[in-house]
Design a protein around this ligand. Sequence first.
Ligand SMILES: NC(=O)c1ccc[n+]([C@@H]2O[C@H](COP(=O)([O-])OP(=O)(O)OC[C@H]3O[C@@H](n4cnc5c(N)ncnc54)[C@H](OP(=O)(O)O)[C@@H]3O)[C@@H](O)[C@H]2O)c1
Length: 337
Amino acid sequence: MGLKSFAGPGVFLSVGIYLLKSWANGPMCTSDARLDGKVVVITGANTGIGKATALDLVKRGAKVYLACRSLERGTAAADDIKKLTQAGDDRVLVRELNLGSLASVRSFAEKFKSEEPKVHILVNNAGTMMNPLESTEDGFEMQIGVNHLGHFLLTLLMIDRLKAAAPSRVVVVSSNAHRDAETLGLDQMHFSHYSEENFSSWRNYGRSKLYNILFAKELARRLEGTDVTTYSLHPGVIATELPRHMIQNAYLDAIVRVLFWPFTKSVVHGAQTSIYAAVEPALASESGKFYRDTAEATPNFKMLEDVEEDSRNLWETSVQNVKLTVDEFEEIDGTML
Ligand SMILES: NC(=O)c1ccc[n+]([C@@H]2O[C@H](COP(=O)([O-])OP(=O)(O)OC[C@H]3O[C@@H](n4cnc5c(N)ncnc54)[C@H](OP(=O)(O)O)[C@@H]3O)[C@@H](O)[C@H]2O)c1
């Protein structure tokens, strides 16, 4: 058999894989909105879609704070972004933020607020998935603590800066995995609730992502009339470091990545719905909605009885769990609490 007999099927296969990958990548954000003079905070911006979002927003002229739990990894990402954009140290900044520690969230907010009177876009992007049963510093199950409670407190502490910058936006990166939450489970945020027998890591990841959507919705309701708008989203299935707790063998990881490559988004494509929610002018009058592939989508709330009431209850339980101080209460503006 000569080479020629392989050429036909080879071309066919390559075109097929190319078409599949293009379909998996999904649409790009087509807005050319500029962000000159605007201040942005992105959590978990040292890798994955957070870094790709940061790169895009820096290209649009924004001053972007990369809020990362490792200053070393954050600085490496900032260096990459500066090289690619020619932006200076005054436009790409790294600050320490560990969302698994409410003390770290408070200290990030305090430092940020001593530097900036306004924040125009807050992207709650950081996330952790399929963790083994482990506790945050404050005694919450890790995924609930990092993905929801840490971001909940961060957003509340940023409210005065968001209001000062209005029109401003809060973007919450959720996931289609919210469908697998099973129940609202407001009494199951604490680590002490769990044993190896009753713990399902996937369910808790799904629940944390359900909370992300309900939080964005309830926040929108409480911010009505302020010109601070909120958006939650599913970014797609993207080949990032997110499955780090699922596959720890480097060879297996490489094989899975190659096999799934045609079916997953690139990080640039995975960042598009976050970018869309952050900059698209047509969304300025929208708030509290859910997006997928740069378009509005319908979340799956099959596990909820009353979405509005459940969102309010989530808010109230979260306020109790993050234990706001008297000063924080006053700073945030008691009317929205
Ligand atoms: N990838 C997907 O297919 C997919 C699908 C649906 C939704 N999402 C969502 O998209 C978001 C971004 O994920 P990704 O895919 O870009 O994942 P990734 O590559 O793993 O990036 C996650 C980021 O979150 C940070 N992070 C984790 N725990 C943290 C903590 N305790 N405090 C502060 N930062 C923390 C990580 O920091 P380190 O580097 O220091 O660990 C990293 O910067 C997540 O919210 C995820 O749930 C992703």
